[in-house]
Design a protein around this ligand. Structure first.
Ligand SMILES: [Mg+2]
Length: 417
């Protein structure tokens, strides 16, 4: 990263983007941190276990399925219930890991120890040999349900269990995946999606994903200027390359993104090509974002310490849940960086990032909005869950503040294997 990253952001502000960003670009103050500082930040206690006086023994964890929707139900000895929607696409494949390895570890344990349990399940019975996305998606699914259980017992939203619930309304952005379409068609579709929800920010795909050729071949060159021209200077634009490039090409495209005041450049190089990503970050002024495929706290530490990215993006499912993702956010905060969570899966996943933003001060200004699923019947008394004027109201009820329709739950089958 050149020393003029701050200048880049100032220039962006001059282009009218600053007004939309509301001066919350904490990555503008990115600073060098020691490994000791990062370790201290990562070790900060996350869950407020002191809210619970008596033990909360977990007696059952059920993985339920109705149609394409998968969700987890956890019960305590005293009869409390917590529920969480899983990542439908992934859990369909990974569910034996949840049922055979993850859930049994939590049975009989005290939910107040959730923070230690998330670490414990990784080490227990050499489960770390399964480390990676398939393992952590299962842990996250169980963690979400336990957090909901704790929220039901305490009568508090998850934001108040894990921090201070301060942001009641969250600005959202729309992303697309229009690779393979012309620049003009991509912009047309993006405009429709953005206008549907009144978003003031959007993210678009550049490159061909993980080294594949751009399709059509000149799509990226046309798309970047067309996005800015179509949406004007006040729209906050982000670009995601999904690991499309090697260093030289990543820098060439990055220069274009800088010219058109794109506020960050996500995964310019392969997600696990950390040295290459750092080279791109060192060369460009535009902030680099990354981390959505990451499952290692150590590698996040490396990325932050080496300033290889300036915005970290743990996926709440892929990285193993809220507690681990907050640890990344705390390390990022020590370095003056934003930690804007990524959310995989459809269904109600967007609600998890909204909750994350409700209590994590450096969560960034805009969260991804994937839209309310029609297939998952949920009720919420404190929010419509619908985006209006680019804003979603965070549910304030206990846990995640939503209830899955009881009939839908009753008609679901328990997936045992
Ligand atoms: Mg991405």
């Amino acid at each position: 990263m050149k020393t003029n990253r701050r200048e880049f952001l100032k220039t962006s502000l001059g282009a009218g983007i600053g007004a939309a960003l509301g001066g919350k670009l904490v990555h503008a103050q990115t600073r060098k941190v020691s490994l000791e500082e990062l370790d201290t930040a990562a070790k900060k206690s996350v869950l407020k276990a002191e809210l619970f006086k008596d033990p909360i023994t977990i007696t059952a964890i059920d993985l339920l399925k109705n149609g394409e929707e998968w969700f987890v139900r956890v019960r305590s000895k005293d009869g409390a219930i917590g529920m969480a929607v899983s990542n439908n696409e992934r859990i369909e494949v990974f569910h034996p890991i949840l049922n055979k390895i993850v859930a049994p570890y939590f049975i009989g344990k005290d939910a107040r120890q959730l923070e230690a349990l998330v670490d414990g399940v990784y080490v227990y019975d050499s489960n770390y040999k399964l480390q990676g996305l398939p393992f952590w998606v299962c842990v996250a699914s169980v963690e979400f349900a336990i957090l909901d259980l704790l929220g039901q017992i305490a009568g508090k939203p998850v934001g108040d269990l894990l921090g201070s619930f301060t942001r009641k309304e969250v600005k959202v952005y729309r992303a697309n995946n229009d690779r393979g379409l012309s620049a003009e068609e991509s912009v047309r579709r993006t405009k429709k999606r953005v206008e549907e929800i009144g978003a003031k920010a959007l993210k678009f795909k550049v490159g061909g994903r993980l080294g594949f050729t751009d399709s059509p071949p000149d799509r990226t060159e046309k798309l970047i200027p067309l996005m800015r021209k179509t949406f004007g200077d006040d729209m906050v634009l982000m670009a995601d390359a999904n690991g499309s490039y090697h260093v030289a090409e990543a820098v060439r495209v990055g220069r274009m993104l800088e010219e058109y005041k794109i506020i960050f450049y996500e995964e310019p190089c392969a997600f696990d090509a950390l040295e290459e990503t750092k080279q791109v970050a060192d060369t460009l002024t535009i902030p680099i974002a990354g981390g959505e495929q990451e499952s290692s706290l150590w590698r996040f530490r490396w990325m932050i310490h080496n300033n290889a990215v300036q915005i970290v993006q743990p996926d709440l499912f892929y990285f193993g849940g809220f507690i681990r993702s907050v640890r990344v956010a705390n390390m990022a905060a020590a370095a003056g960086m934003e930690c804007t969570p990524h959310i995989s899966g459809s269904s109600v996943g967007y609600l998890y990032v909204i909750h994350f933003a409700s209590f994590v001060p450096n969560a960034g200004e805009f969260m991804e909005y994937k839209g309310k699923s029609e297939k998952m019947p949920i009720h919420c008394e404190t929010s419509t869950l619908i985006c209006k004027d680019g804003i979603v109201r965070v549910p304030t009820g206990p846990g995640f503040g939503i209830a899955i329709d009881p009939d839908f739950v009753n008609q679901a089958t328990v997936v045992a294997g």
